[in-house]
Design a protein around this ligand. Structure first.
Ligand SMILES: CC(C)(COP(=O)(O)OP(=O)(O)OC[C@H]1O[C@@H](n2cnc3c(N)ncnc32)[C@H](O)[C@@H]1OP(=O)(O)O)[C@@H](O)C(=O)NCCC(=O)NCCS
Length: 144
């Protein structure tokens, strides 16, 4: 793994969106992933935005969050041309290390059931799938 991991700032927003698009990651450009919402999350103290850089490009990124009780891996993406080189593992490891440092002892990820790559990835990293859990949410708008 020759990529460098660093914290992202709002100046990286356009590159981040470009990466999510290249990676085929579903995201919410008019909702919680709009520039203003990401800026607010970055300033809020409960989010960890990390990027992996290689060849002068943002080739991977992850958003770690916590609610004081659990940590969450969100929006993990690696550019297709840079996959299977350990970048995803390194990004998750870096988020885990920071969350552990904040006293968070359980880290979880929500993965859509069609996303075989992501499920294989998390299983490989030792995450346990809970197929008996159903995700409920209430949204203030469909774009959220
Ligand atoms: C999931 C994703 C982030 C993995 O990134 P990556 O950089 O290729 O992963 P790594 O190279 O660090 O792989 C870590 C381990 O998982 C395994 N792995 C990764 N992708 C895999 C796949 N598609 N099938 C099986 N195993 C896989 C690797 O072999 C590796 O195991 P090893 O270290 O024991 O050899 C990447 O495929 C991606 O961006 N997918 C699209 C976006 C997405 O679905 N994100 C997750 C949303 S929940």
């Amino acid at each position: 793994m020759t990529a460098t991991i660093r914290e992202l700032s709002i100046a990286d927003y356009d590159d981040l969106i470009g990466l999510w698009e290249e990676a085929g990651l579903p995201f919410r450009p008019r909702g919680r992933d709009r520039r203003q919402a990401i800026a607010r999350q970055m300033e809020g103290g409960t989010a960890i935005f990390l990027g992996a850089e290689q060849d002068g490009e943002l080739v991977g990124a992850v958003l770690g969050t916590h609610d004081g009780r659990k940590g969450w891996i969100n929006r993990l993406a690696v550019h297709p041309a840079y996959r299977r080189r350990g970048i995803g593992r390194a990004l998750v490891g870096a988020v885990e290390e920071r969350l552990h440092g904040m006293g968070i002892e359980i880290i979880a990820a929500l993965v859509e059931d069609w996303n075989e790559d992501s499920m294989a990835f998390f299983a490989r990293l030792g995450y346990v799938a809970h197929r008996d859990i159903v995700y409920f949410s209430r949204r203030r708008s469909p774009d959220t």
